[in-house]
Ligand binder design. Structure first.
Ligand code: HEM
Length: 259
């Protein structure tokens, strides 16, 4: 029989791997299967805020993804959003909220961190997946196909993104009412619950079932008249103030993890 002591280093290594793993579980995505649709996403979840964002990609990434936003509402009020980078200024953003009966979503691009980022339009569109979308007074779930939403000029090129540590994306959550919530141009209040970056594992987000899931999506949502053209010169990750490592600037959800 092989001597027993040969196993000790293996156990030590396992424990080491486990402990670094649990540290590394902060602000990263993990596999999550949406119970309503069966869509398997790489999902970031903030235990403190209750905010979730999941992403799925085709095996050979294109400029589209399936996304899912989930977050609590404050008596129907609030909004949640994602950013294609860890920053607010520059990249393609999406915010979603409730108009009292349905989910309203809107593409945004911020020129600063002071004002409500205006609605933008471009060669991207969102097609809601009704089966995975629901809203009540306390919680919103928005599952969608985002077509044309990825690319270097928008902030995230899935084919250029590194495979190792994951690619930085951003989240934000408010529990304050959106002004004029029936319009996709509704005015957003500051994300008082929190915001920050997380690492999305785009390698694990690739799913062979992507096309089947994408076929669940309905027609595209039309933006409001007056949406500004997305400024592609500002959208790339190099187009902002150079604050790429803003994940140390997080607020509101210091203890993000997957508990
Ligand atoms: C009225 C609307 C908004 C205001 C006033 C606002 C303001 C701000 C401010 C002041 C910060 C810096 C926080 C800090 O450094 O401590 C920030 C960061 C951030 N915001 Fe917003 N924001 C708004 C809307 C949005 C929207 C719609 C999104 C995404 C959908 C978003 C995503 C982010 C992210 C990811 C950060 C962290 C990274 C960074 O500092 O750039 N924000 N925001």
């Amino acid at each position: 029989m092989a001597p027993n002591h040969s196993r000790v280093p293996a156990i030590t290594l396992t424990l080491l791997a486990l402990s670094t793993g649990s540290l590394g579980q902060k602000k990263v995505t993990n596999e999550f299967t949406d119970p309503a649709t069966g869509i398997v996403l790489q999902r970031f979840f903030g235990a403190k805020s209750g905010y979730g964002f999941g992403i799925a990609l085709p095996t050979n990434p294109t400029n589209s993804f399936i996304g899912q936003l989930t977050f609590p509402l404050n008596n129907g009020a609030g909004w949640g959003g994602w950013s294609l980078t860890g920053d607010m200024e520059g990249p393609l953003l999406m915010a979603a909220w409730s108009d009292g009966t349905s989910v309203v979503s809107s593409f945004r691009q911020a020129a600063n961190e002071k004002d409500n980022p205006p609605e933008v339009a471009g060669n991207f569109s969102v097609k809601p997946i009704a089966k995975g979308t629901s809203v009540n007074n306390t919680f919103l779930t928005y599952t969608f196909l985002c077509e044309g939403c990825l690319g270097a000029q928008l902030g995230l090129d899935p084919n250029a993104a590194g495979t190792g540590k994951g690619v930085e994306m951003g989240w934000a959550l408010s529990d304050k009412p959106v002004q004029n919530p029936g319009s996709s141009a509704g005015v957003l209040a500051f994300h008082n619950i929190g915001e920050g970056g997380f690492k999305a594992d785009l390698t694990l987000a690739k799913r062979p079932e992507f096309d089947t899931w994408a076929a669940l999506a309905g027609p595209p949502v039309a933006g409001a008249a007056g949406a500004k053209p997305f400024d592609t010169t500002k959208g790339g990750s190099g187009g902002d103030s150079g604050d790429e490592d803003s994940d140390d600037e997080d607020s509101g959800d210091e203890s993000d993890d997957d508990d």
